[in-house]
Design a protein around this ligand. Structure first.
Ligand SMILES: NC(=O)C1=CN([C@@H]2O[C@H](COP(=O)(O)OP(=O)(O)OC[C@H]3O[C@@H](n4cnc5c(N)ncnc54)[C@H](OP(=O)(O)O)[C@@H]3O)[C@@H](O)[C@H]2O)C=CC1
Ligand SMILES: O=C(CO)COP(=O)(O)O
Length: 331
């Protein structure tokens, strides 16, 4: 039986632990708080994040991350993107020499502008081909309820991608492999920023034309950046691109879209944070993505305006004016 450690007991870490166990793995979840670990171990629930989920018997939990990692063939990282490097500094020496590291995170690191698989390879001192990215339209609560879904398993090493694909295939999750790690990670990180814009547009009362424009032009700027970084443009038409963008923007379950709705209603970033509590990766990643775009000379007007609303206090209505007032050009 494959042994897996899931580091992070939030929404996605918990739902992913269920997937692994349903697919036949022996899973230990690391939770930061003892009460969460105890609830998973003793009641098979995570009331803080997924109260409706009853975890299968193959899942246990601990607050000792190094104990969870020791002997694990699959080490799954499900913490906020901006804490990952610090977390790995504490954990990496416990990771076995053949273990596969799986990234569930959809963010770009502030300061370094690195993708999560790059941060993992650096901070855990492992080669790129041991890091696998799982990304797609995968709202945790829907997966926890076993609603049919698909995802992408991306790795430069196809054999390793296929091993992970097998380890997470269940009757409700259908994973596809892909070797375009850059495209899959950028699709996941940038869609969170576009979902913030979508949430703002929704709260401002705009209808389906506006929302379709945000999705389509959001995808265009995502693909522009991706191609500049070496991604395959076709990836953005797939599950990790358009799929995740549409899934996140359309869903009231999305923390990023919900955060954007709070901002669109005129709340400050602190008020929006207090109202949403869970990780809305786009809020910080928009800074790193904007920096990445500047460095590569790529225009990302929606990201630019989201960053100004989130971090410079720009009124979302002024941001709309700035976007609509740009010079006209070919599609
Ligand atoms: N939720 C979803 O539907 C999906 C999420 N993702 C991505 O997965 C990643 C994780 O998100 P998700 O599980 O949803 O996030 P949540 O906000 O639900 O959970 C975050 C988890 O990280 C822990 N945590 C918070 N701060 C730290 C820290 N400083 N060090 C270590 N652990 C910390 C939290 O612990 P505590 O409870 O103690 O605060 C919690 O267990 C994100 O990048 C997200 O974009 C990807 C696909 C789907
Ligand atoms: O990434 C997700 C679904 O694929 C979850 O989106 P949020 O982080 O906005 O909830």
């Amino acid at each position: 039986m494959t042994r897996a450690a899931v580091l992070g007991a939030g929404s996605w870490g918990t739902a992913f632990a269920k997937i692994l166990a349903d697919a036949g793995c022996d899973v230990t979840v690391w939770a930061r708080r003892p009460a969460v670990a105890a609830a998973i171990r003793e009641q098979r629930t995570n009331p803080d994040y997924l109260p409706a989920l009853k975890l299968p018997p193959g899942v246990t939990a601990t607050t000792d991350a190094r104990a969870a990692i020791r002997g694990a063939e699959l080490v799954v990282l499900a913490v906020p993107s901006q804490t990952l490097r610090g977390n790995l500094a504490d954990w990496s020496s416990a990771i076995g020499p053949d273990a596969t590291l799986i990234s569930l995170m959809k963010g770009i690191e502030l300061g370094t502008t690195k993708r999560m698989s790059q941060v993992i390879a650096e901070a855990a001192h492992v080669p790129d081909h041991r890091v696998v990215v799982v990304s797609g339209p995968n709202l945790a609560a829907e997966i926890a309820a076993e609603q049919p879904a698909a995802t992408v398993v991306a790795c430069p090493d196809t054999t390793r991608a296929e091993q992970v694909q097998k380890a997470i295939t269940t009757r409700y999750l259908r994973p596809y492999t892909n070797d375009d790690v850059i495209g899959c990670e950028l699709g996941g990180a940038v869609k969170n920023v576009i979902a913030l814009a979508y949430g703002m547009a929704t709260a401002l009362g705009f209808g389906d034309n506006t929302r379709a424009m945000v999705i389509t032009r959001g995808l265009a700027e995502t693909a522009r950046l991706g191609v500049a970084l070496g991604a395959d443009p076709l990836t953005f038409a797939g599950l990790a691109g358009l799929g995740d963008l549409v899934g996140t923007c359309s869903s009231p379950l999305s923390r990023n879209r919900t955060f954007g709705e709070h901002l669109g209603r005129g709340e400050t970033i602190e008020q929006a944070q207090a109202a949403t509590r869970q990780t809305a990766e786009g809020v910080k990643s928009c800074l790193a993505i904007r920096d990445l775009a500047h460095r590569h000379g790529v225009e990302m007007p929606i990201t630019e305006q989201v960053e100004r609303v989130c971090h410079e206090g720009l009124d979302p209505r002024i941001a709309v004016g700035a976007l609509m007032g740009r010079s006209v050009k070919p599609e």
